[in-house]
Design a protein around this ligand. Sequence first.
Ligand code: GDP
Ligand code: MG
Length: 443
Amino acid sequence: GKRINGAVNSALSNTQDDYVAAVDVMLKSIVTALLESDVNIRLVSSLRNSIRNTLLENKNRSMGSMQTKKLVQKTVFDELCSLVDCEAQPFQPKKKKQNVIMFVGLQGSGKTTSCTKLAVYYSKRGFKVGLVCADTFRAGAFDQLKQNAIKARIPFYGSYTDTNPVKVAADGVSKFKKEKFDIIIVDTSGRHRQEEELFQEMVEISQVVKPNQTIMVLDASIGQAAEQQSKAFKDSSDFGAIILTKMDGHAKGGGAISAVAATNTPIIFIGTGEHVHDFEKFSPKSFISKLLGIGDMESLLEQYRTVSNKEDHEATLENLQKGKFTLLDFQKQMQTIMKMGPLSNIANMIPGMGQMMNQISEEETSTKMKRMIFVLDSMTKKELESDGRIFTEQPSRLVRVARGSGATVFDVEMILMQQQMMARMAQTSRAAQQGGGMPGMSG
Ligand code: GDP
Ligand code: MG
């Protein structure tokens, strides 16, 4: 119920012109950012209006411009989170019951990969899981699932000769049911040569396997097509959850917001790579932070806590909580990150780093990180404990560190830039904890 009545509106426009103008400027930059991240145009526009109304309603005359900015930031963040934070309860498989999970989604979206990831996820939690390949359309589909399943040690079912996907699905499910499997995951085809036929096939398969849960797989790079596509799948297969794949790539998954909004269906997991363990529970806050470019501070801290030596890093965590991040913190973090691997995943959580590392191989990434560590090792205690500005004040330090580590001055500058980014993120993150924050809008 966010509305604004004419009285409030005119009162504001008479006395609070500056406030309204400031809100509009901030909203404009946010709208641009959201559109660039593929968030649905209509959604952005309604979001803009709803945020604007909230802001105008909440306007407190004594509020300063800093407070106004914080309020804008918090409102945008909260509104976006509430868009992807579906209230619908996700499916929970029941032990001692046979749960059938069916996958739908276009070819190439990542169904077969995500099927295996989900199978491993449940298998680790004590469920007996089987995989059924009902993609009889694409040559090699069964071999792909089979290879994935063997690698992950998940029992599988499929056929090289039977070309009827409905029959193969039914046979596989009944086989695993007889064998008392807890969870039976059915992978389907996603050919799009004749869309009608694909949707008809989904209807028929779901009639015979009677899934307890249907999951739609969506590629994060889907963009504006997400709404139409998810609606079409919803009509034919009434899925109850979404898995968003390829979140390790350049796309930030803005399109997924419209899929959630159009179908009122929650995202449950995200795929963050091709490997079976590149699979994470969906978190609205992390997702929106990443979309807005805040960097995934929460996940990073979480991972950091699990691998870092507690005493060694207490100081860093303390600094981060204070909104600080020194070069020494950066050095410790680099050392920890080397232990966290695979590096490309970690790199994605650090703003600016993911893009830098995306084009290069794991090996090159590792070499690059090692070089960064050499550079940091060549700094003095005073330099490390500083916020990095000491290098701008005394550029001769740059040259000394570069020489000492066999790097170029440019390499050193890059590292300083990264530490600065982290420092800003620490600040933003602290601001967010204290009531909403967004990048590029602090100060
Ligand atoms: P399907 O046609 O829907 O079954 O899609 P696949 O599971 O065969 O995946 C298509 C391609 O996307 C494969 O090369 C996968 O390795 C890749 N893939 C799937 N999920 C992810 C992911 O989360 N990240 C990345 N980088 N690649 C993925
Ligand atoms: Mg497939």
